[in-house]
Design a protein around this ligand. Sequence first.
Ligand code: ZN
Length: 72
Amino acid sequence: MPDATDSPTPDTPICSAKGCRADATWSVIWNNPKIHTPDREKVWVACDEHRDTLSEFLRIRSMFIRVDPLES
Ligand SMILES: [Zn+2]
């Protein structure tokens, strides 16, 4: 069953923020220590607008690692 929230990765990554369809230009790296081993790195991609929003979401949950520019 196709899921609109989990479509195949297009050439241009789309921001991971809920409802945002903007091109992503940042990688937000995070790890949830409750479910991931410390060496595991999860990645969200974010547009300029949501880079800080997503980072802050993770930061207050102690899951934030870093933000990297998205290679393209
Ligand atoms: Zn966005």
